[in-house]
Ligand binder design. Structure first.
Ligand SMILES: [Zn+2]
Length: 89
């Protein structure tokens, strides 16, 4: 069982969260001309990394906020969590 430290609610069971995908993907700038390749990369193309990765999760059975979780995709160890609008260095 994984436990995720929600920045809003504290430590909770992973059962209260829903995985939301790769948090490192940047949306193309609004009102900027975007090539088909750039749009495909934003919408569809993802790297399947092994190791430390930044992910989006939603606390669906709690505060319902989206958060960022730094997690190892091989061991499932969770290193840090952030509010969705926090910049991660
Ligand atoms: Zn929460």
């Amino acid at each position: 069982m994984l436990y995720i430290n929600c920045p809003h609610c504290g430590m909770r069971s992973q059962n209260e969260f829903s995985y939301g995908g790769d948090a490192s993907v940047k949306r193309p700038e609004l009102n900027k001309e975007v090539s088909d390749e750039e749009w495909d990369n934003f919408v569809y193309n993802r790297k399947s990394l092994r190791g430390k990765h930044l992910e989006l999760w939603q606390h669906i059975s709690g505060c319902r906020q989206w958060i960022k979780v730094e997690r190892d995709t091989a061991t499932h160890a969770i290193f840090r969590t952030f509010k969705a609008d926090e910049e991660v260095a």
